[in-house]
Design a binder for this molecule. Sequence first.
Ligand code: PLP
Length: 393
Amino acid sequence: MAKIWLSAPHLGTLEESYVREAIATNWVSTVGPNLEAFERSFSEIVGGLPCVALASGTAALHLGLKLLGVTRGDEVLCASLTFAASANPIVYEGAAPVFVDSERTSWNMDPDLVAEALEARAKKGKLPRAVVVVHLYGQSADLDRLERVCARYDVPILEDAAEALGTHYEGTQVGTRAPVSIFSFNGNKILTTSGGGMLVAKDRAMVDKARFWSTQAREPAVHYEHKEIGYNYRLSNVLAGIGRGQLAVLEDRVAARRAIAFRYRDAFADVAGLELMPQAPWGRHTNWLSVFLVDESAFGASRDEILAGLAKEDIEARPVWKPMHMQPVFASAACVGGAVAADLFARGICFPSSSNLAAEDQDRVIDVVRRVAKGKRRAAAAATAALPVGDAP
Ligand SMILES: *Cc1c(COP(=O)(O)O)cnc(C)c1O
């Protein structure tokens, strides 16, 4: 039987023709009609905001932080429960991440803890340069509250919407409210360009600046004059062709991911101790990944026993992101709270969630998970029954 992946690419019918066109017309570098069309279509998704297509979401984060003026000696608040790419670019710029714990409602950055962190730093007279808000697993953070808190201290937000294309907050796509936002088209995301990212900003001058930096900061002179340090971060026109095709199927992919998550939820409705990640009331959670929390005593087996059971059947599943404040590389970083993210990491599991996951394959996953719990309960019951009379607890 074929391996079942956690989150595989899922191409539509248009991507190949755009890629062919790029090759046939020789637009195979970092300029061309696919890039222009990809950015134009993406802009429509983010409410008409200007955007620039980049080589990765991480590159977009890096340039986004630079746009907000993050530099050596600064602090930047960042969600602890996220992928390392949310935090690494803070360090690229010589700044220090300060991690903030999650709230239970959405698993995203806790606005009360952000307020606490900002208040403490205001008292010391040095505010963070920015706050990286992550929309985790396709669920929006509580933007109203986070914005209110950050506005009080005039600290800008950078929305890391790498996992949140198609995610809504109060009816609108996330990554459209902060001065700078980023998206990812990595191979495991809801849409892919094989690898790629997008930077979105409110201010067109910021997007122009990011585009300039992303193409080696070449001043307009034939001899390539340089007044600033640049980067080679622009997306290829070939890959933008994949992106163009992918944008056409975004709503289908969102519907498929949500259906998969709710199918797991329904299939596990009679299984104690296995609960779908909360669906916060303020938006549309794409459920980019179907994430569940395991209560070992109710379920009868641990999260790691489920992972082992799935691995044995060649099914890829993973724990929830290991929080940044628990990562060796960030051992010396400050963290506000941390117990919630640590608990979600200890008990959280991501099930196969590809939008092209076949129903039969999802049934295989469901079967294995149910068997792990039943097997453990049967073994426990047998052990109790085997106790000699008189020794029973
Ligand atoms: C994937 C991801 C990124 C990085 O995107 P790449 O395109 O892989 O560089 C950043 N932040 C989060 C939360 C992600 O999941």
